[in-house]
Design a protein around this ligand. Structure first.
Ligand code: WTA
Length: 650
């Protein structure tokens, strides 16, 4: 990460918006002025303009009990109605909502009218299974249209969805089912990835077996065919249940603060946190940012966000933002290089995609393949590019703009988090002069400060910690079932400001550069992983006595998981070969958490560097993992220890 930052700080290129782009841009300079003049009034206007309310709100923000915010809380709306029915009612039923592209090459375009009809049936199907408003439903699906339908069906009846990424293990799924007490699970027999069908249903069966919560019903989508074990009385076929369901369903309004979803994300300690989002404020900011940051012209654009619905980006910028705005988008099931390295560019050519939103890790992997792969396709329909998930190094930004974007179209780098719900810092295309590598400016209506360790704002140029100083509409409303942890994690450090966990720097023009996490959260390919969670998974293996995990910079994935493990003396006879032991432990983590958490390296060592009070000094291990000279070791209990560890790691 350090290398990228050094480059970033030397970066001086600027790109003015072209006059043609600026002339047709959705965003308007006046948004900043309006938000600066009356921030709450600005958000109230957005909520009224962008959404349809069944009961209009009269109050914008209730911040009488910080950090628990209520936005638009005397208003009522139905989120699914906002994403579906109202577009059909406005005569846009024939517009394509989803161009679905399956990995094996099957494809299907679904209009707003069709999607609305499907969601109505799915809502009735859930009701028939006894799901009520406020109940939690776990969704464990591949990137297929049914994932979108399932989420919207929950929203439609006021049930709270908890989407679990299909790459997570049964244990991860089980702990999420239990934490949210989800009594219904929606899954599929399997999905396609890397040219193969991978099973999902057996993982669900295993998770439910191990769970404390009694899961009443499992709805199973048929995606890959083939046999699955069936639990009579519990398992229900999605297609049969929908076919039997009533086609009509009238969407009822729910309070603006009615819970919409829980999404689990890694923190610095303990189990993943269930981040809670609610309805009116969340949808307002998702729709506002989707429209203005991506310059959405819904009547002519084809938008494609490559994120999985298992992550927040998939929630806000595949499902809620785009559909609230009536966008036409691409939904792709598989991996970028299956069946060939040009798959993404082929999809862009096929659907004439005009807006692409993806992650730096993907861009870097395309850079590695070389530009010739892109050149075989016509991607000139693209007119705007977005980036999210980790800092984008200027080289990748420039490559993205030139090779993918043809050299003249805007690239917007968007900073936000699961917790923020929607984009917080980004250039607005057509307005902002773009700087490769910088996320640049807070979105209108968002108040950001960079502060020192004591919370004092850093005036002018300088680096520090990123904070959000005023409540925002799509902010998390808490951690599911743990209000104390919510306060402690985000609000106690600085009292009245939200602490994001990211380092940031402001340059001489006032633009913001994100510098990565300042806590024990790693960012691997744009996915958040916690050092603590992987350490506890390693320690759960019978061979392990002690483990320390660090995020080491990695050219392809941004950061990579590197583990240092001390084996139990009692197990020494089990372990004949260090390489095999390290392989076994890597596999173990992948099984316990999911393949994304698999360490790049596991080093078997005899000691870990600790301070006199017994705290592991991960900073020194990171130096080692990144091949740097080892930093200051004077606070170690035994200052010679790093020498010993370095020898063992060689
Ligand atoms: C990082 C993903 C730099 C950051 C939407 C944040 C970024 C964490 C950017 C949240 C960006 C996300 N530039 N860093 N444009 N976008 N991050 O919850 O460290 O999966 O705290 O949300 O990703 O990750 P999460």
């Amino acid at each position: 990460m350090t290398v990228q930052i050094d480059h970033a700080l030397e970066e001086i290129r600027r790109f003015r918006p072209s006059p043609e782009f600026a002339a047709q841009a959705v965003a308007d300079e006046r948004l900043y002025e309006a938000a600066a003049a009356d921030r709450l009034g600005f958000w109230a206007d957005q909520a009224r303009e962008l959404l349809t309310w069944s009961t209009p709100f009269t109050q914008t923000l209730d911040w009488s009990n910080p950090p628990f915010a209520k936005w638009f809380h005397d208003g009522e709306l139905n989120v699914a109605h906002n994403c579906l029915d109202r577009h059909v009612e406005a005569g846009l039923g024939d517009r394509v909502a989803l161009h679905f592209e399956g990995e094996p090459g099957d494809s299907r375009s679904i209009t707003y009218a069709e999607l609305t009809a499907e969601v109505k049936r799915a809502a009735n199907a859930l009701l028939a299974l006894g799901v009520q408003a406020g109940d939690r439903v776990a969704i464990y699906l591949p990137m297929i249209p049914e994932a979108v339908v399932a989420m919207l069906a929950c929203a439609r009846i006021g049930a709270v969805h908890s989407v679990v990424f299909g790459g997570f293990s049964s244990k991860s799924l089980q702990s999420r089912i239990d934490d949210a007490q989800a009594e219904v699970v929606i899954t599929a027999d399997g999905g396609y990835r890397k040219g193969k069908a991978f099973p999902l249903k057996p993982t669900v069966d295993e998770a439910i077996e191990a769970a404390e919560t009694t899961v009443r019903s499992v709805l199973v989508v048929n995606r890959t065919g083939g046999d699955v074990a069936w639990v009579e009385g519990r398992d229900v076929s999605w297609s049969e249940q929908l076919a039997a369901a009533d086609a009509e369903h009238e969407a009822q309004g729910f309070n603006a603060e009615h819970p919409l979803f829980i999404l689990y994300t890694s923190g610095t300690t303990g189990n993943p946190k269930g981040i809670l989002h609610t309805s009116g404020g969340y949808l307002t900011q998702a729709a506002f940012t989707h429209r203005n940051v991506f310059d959405l012209h819904p009547e002519r654009d084809v938008y494609w966000c490559t994120a999985d619905v298992g992550w927040i980006t998939g929630h806000s910028y595949v499902v809620y933002g785009p559909l609230a705005n009536g966008a036409t988008q691409v939904l792709y099931e598989g991996t970028p290089d299956t069946p060939h390295p040009g798959r993404w560019w082929e999809i862009i050519e096929k659907y004439r995609v005009s807006i692409l939103y993806t992650a730096p890790t993907a861009i870097r992997s395309f850079m590695k393949q070389g530009r010739d792969v892109v050149r075989d396709y016509n991607v000139r329909s693209l007119r705007l590019l977005g980036s999210v998930g980790e800092p984008i190094n200027p080289e990748a930004w420039i490559w993205y703009r030139h090779v993918i974007g043809g050299g003249s179209i805007p690239v917007v780098d968007t900073w936000w988090q699961t917790e923020t719900g929607a984009i917080m810092i980004s250039a607005l295309p057509g307005i902002t002069d773009l700087k490769p590598g910088s996320a640049q400016v807070p979105v209108p209506g968002i108040s950001i400060d960079i502060v020192d360790d004591d919370g004092n704002p850093i005036e002018g140029e300088g680096g520090g910690l990123l904070t959000i100083t005023e409540p925002w509409p799509s902010m998390l409303r808490g951690i599911w079932g743990d209000p104390e942890r919510f306060k402690e994690t985000y609000w106690e450090k600085f009292g009245d400001k939200y602490f994001a966990g990211d380092g940031a720097r402001r340059d001489e023009d006032g633009d913001i550069w994100l510098l990565g996490r300042v806590d024990d959260v790693m960012n691997v390919s744009g996915h958040r992983l916690s050092t603590a969670e992987i350490e506890s998974s390693l320690v759960a293996h019978p061979w392990t006595a002690e483990a320390a995990v660090v995020g080491a910079s990695d050219e392809a994935t941004g950061q990579a998981v590197v583990a240092f493990v001390i084996l139990k003396a009692s197990q020494a006879d089990q372990v004949t070969d260090v390489a095999a032991a390290s392989d076994e432990l890597r596999k173990h983590v992948a099984q316990q958490i999911g393949a994304i958490a698999r360490p790049r390296q596991v080093f078997i060592v005899n000691e870990l560097p600790k301070t006199r009070s017994g705290k592991i000094m991960r900073r020194l291990l990171r130096d080692l993992a990144e091949g740097r000279e080892i930093g200051d070791t004077t606070t170690l209990a035994d200052t010679s220890i790093m020498q010993v560890i370095s020898e063992q790691v060689k």
